[in-house]
Design a binder for this molecule. Structure first.
Ligand code: TRP
Length: 452
């Protein structure tokens, strides 16, 4: 192994850091609001289907490229393709993850601000007050930008500490705390009177709601949630050890990620149903409706509402941080290795670029609603462009690369750790990455475009 590159120190560290990247606002903010808008249980079934059929093979493909090449995303593709233009897949990944970091930091900044506001007791009030609070805050020209940029700087501080002491240590602490907090909130939410309607919404499918765009949403959400399609997993896999069993790790992470998304649903929808809030209220679901939920649900004991809301926003901040770290790391690793910059300097490149985009995105959904592209606010545009186009495309290219381009022996060697594990699944995997994934992703795209 290349001694100069960082690597994860333990098996647990590998799984937690990669799972930390996967588990984020995608699970706790995006998944519930997409589920709410796209009709509940039917969307969840499609989503789980995408994870199993396309997500896991896609993850393993990125793992193979990264661990084999032991290099940043662009160089990894470059090395394995012998100078062919596959390098562009790496560039695409670095671009995509930086765009994601830009808009993701806006929402992460909202979470950070809400954590502060919960501590200061500012989000306690009646329904009107809470929604006015969100509107006033998010349309302010300065505040959301400051919180978003603060979040990027927080990420920056962890990333420059390096792989083992920064990323791995942070994930080891944050992931278990997150799980415990989530379970406490699920129990609180499900024990409210009338909560069962929310549970039903989550688990009783209505297939009449399934359209082409719901399918594309499910695909995009699956990839977004697994951090798949930006070479993020490829970069992390370059820090894996030769002993890491790739399929096994992908399976574990996908399972944990889906479990947490469903838990987040179980935290939000039963509580929303209990206090009569509509599940399809969109991206503001957790910011406008939940503070109401906390208060109405725990009206008799305001101290509980106070503590629960602090816990909830702390959870979101933790989840978001382990994810932004991974988005940041892709670009940082790239600039450090390709341009021989010190790690801290290359981290600044990403920090500055992402902060600028974060500012524009925050303004586009707040102070300046003329910041639009193709008729939607810049923030929504970045979200849809990355999740529904760039990620499936990046994931599909990773599958094609591993399935058709790199030598079979390399794939065999990495997939089975030199013939020591997963022998039975090797053929299934190859079939999936050669045919199933590319064809399914193409079909969803073509369907959305109205071709099939
Ligand atoms: N998966 C993360 C979430 O669910 C978001 C994320 C982190 C991501 N790194 C990524 C998405 C890379 C796409 C690509 O919140």
């Amino acid at each position: 192994m290349n001694k100069e590159r960082g690597n994860f120190g333990s098996r647990l560290g590998i799984v937690l850091a990669t799972a930390g990247s996967a588990v984020g606002l995608g699970n706790v903010w995006r998944f519930p609001y997409m589920t709410g808008e796209d009709g509940g249980a039917a969307f969840i079934l499609l989503y789980v289907g995408c994870i199993l059929l396309l997500g896991i093979p896609g993850m393993v493909s990125e793992f193979i490229v990264g661990r084999r090449a032991q290099a940043n995303a662009a160089r990894a593709y470059d090395q394995l393709s012998g100078g062919r233009p596959w390098r562009l897949v790496g560039y695409l990944g670095i671009l995509t993850s930086s765009i994601i970091l830009g808009f993701y930091a806006v929402v992460a900044g909202w979470c950070l601000q809400y954590l502060y506001a919960s501590l200061a007791g500012q989000v306690l009030g009646d329904t009107d007050y809470v929604s006015r609070y969100f509107t006033d805050f998010s349309t302010h020209p300065v505040k959301p930008v400051v919180w978003g940029v603060a979040f990027i700087l927080l990420t920056h501080v962890v990333v420059i500490r390096g792989v083992r002491h920064g990323i791995e240590r942070a994930s080891k602490w944050l992931m278990p705390i997150l799980l415990v907090l989530l379970v406490v909130l699920v129990v609180a939410s499900c024990s409210l009177p009338g909560a069962m309607r929310g549970v039903e919404f989550l688990f009783k499918p209505d297939f009449s709601k399934v359209t082409g765009s719901v399918m594309l949403d499910a695909l995009g959400q699956a990839f977004f949630s697994l951090s798949l399609g930006t070479a993020c997993l490829c970069t992390y896999a370059s820090y894996f050890s030769k002993e890491t069993r790739l399929l096994h790790s992908a399976g574990e992470i996908a399972l944990l990620d889906t479990f947490i998304a469903i838990l987040a649903g179980l935290m939000i929808f039963p509580a929303a149903a209990a206090v009569g809030i509509s599940p399809d209220s969109g991206p503001s679901l957790i910011f406008i409706t939940l503070p109401n939920v906390f208060q109405q649900a725990f009206a008799t004991v305001p101290a509980v509402a106070y503590v629960v809301s602090i816990m909830f926003y702390a959870l979101l901040v933790f989840a978001a941080l382990t994810s932004t770290i991974s988005m940041h790391e892709i670009g940082t690793a790239f600039f450090t290795e390709e341009y021989h910059l010190p790690r801290s300097r290359s981290a600044w490149v990403i920090t500055v670029a992402a902060s600028l985009l974060c500012m524009l995105c925050a303004w586009s959904v707040g102070a300046f609603d003329s910041l639009r592209l193709m008729g939607v606010p810049l923030m929504d545009f970045c979200d849809l462009l990355t999740a529904n186009v760039m990620l499936p495309l990046g994931g599909m290219l990773a599958c094609l690369f591993v399935g058709w381009y790199i030598p079979r022996e390399v794939v065999y060697d990495e997939f089975t750790n030199g013939g020591r594990c997963h022998l039975r699944y090797h053929r299934v995997f190859l079939f999936a990455v050669r045919y199933v994934c590319p064809i399914c992703i193409m079909l969803v795209f073509l369907h959305q475009l109205g071709v099939v």
